[in-house]
Design a protein around this ligand. Sequence first.
Ligand code: ATP
Length: 300
Amino acid sequence: MNIVLQHIAPTFVSCKHQPLNNFRDGLTIDPFIPPRRKDKVVIVMGATGTGKSRLSIDLAKHFSAEVVNSDKMQIYEGLDIITNKVTDKETCGIQHHLLSIIDPNEVFTATDFCQRATKAVDSIISKGQLPIIAGGSNSYIKALVNDDIEFKSRYECCFLWIDVNLKILQRFVSKRVDKMVKEGLVEEAREFFNPDGDYTSGIRRAIGVPEMHQYFINENNKNTRDKMLQIAIENIKVNTYKLACCQRQNIRRLESQFEWKINRLDATEAFEKKGIESNQAWHNIVYEQSTQIVRHFRGE
Ligand code: ATP
């Protein structure tokens, strides 16, 4: 019996050499097609208060980049002081994406984040800029880098982790809460006071809002008011420190579970020192090291 093999025209010929035809399955296989080069994205991780915004702006100025926020509370409009959003002045003109873009009462999921972040990264790359994703929400980073097939297939990531000794960080975040109070934390939280006591959705989950509940309820009692405020502030400090510990643990978990190559930058010295010395330590340890890592990642 004569078997006629039908020649099937190659569906793609991208290299100079001849593609192999697998006649039996009607498939054309070209083993020499180079894989599509992935675009590069930098991801700045770290616990709350470690300086992720500062580093991302430093890097953005150096590499001509734009920043994509990955803090799940800063995505919402409002609570600029409590959630510690960068001010216009602090951005130094660097474009920030996914900051204050969602209604404070809306549900915003990790899947929503993946869609929005991928779109933002695309637009940054189309402008020839480097995307820097920065923020403390590790579940968002995990969803994007590990679970989002589209992102995973198109981007290659360089992870930078700013780490600070937890005891030193605790002192820093505690002072930061005092500063927030001076800048208007109480009035900001009042906007989201819920007499029902439900702080489980939207921006109301932000540390600084549920802790103020008892104070607002008892505010008119002049005998207890000051004490209640003190207790609320103390709780905010405790919860911020707890968050920092969890975030640090989660980064370690991502590192071991998914074998991400995370570049750890120990910024403790910059937090221990003051003034010019602190800036110098930041520059030498965090800034210099991270620019070197990113330069290497970009093949420069
Ligand atoms: P989890 O899965 O535990 O929510 P995550 O990595 O997704 O972790 P985190 O950014 O660690 O998210 O936030 C956890 C919680 O910490 C938030 O739900 C919120 O209560 C609080 N939080 C996070 N970021 C801020 C912020 N910028 N300001 C105030 N509270 C915050």
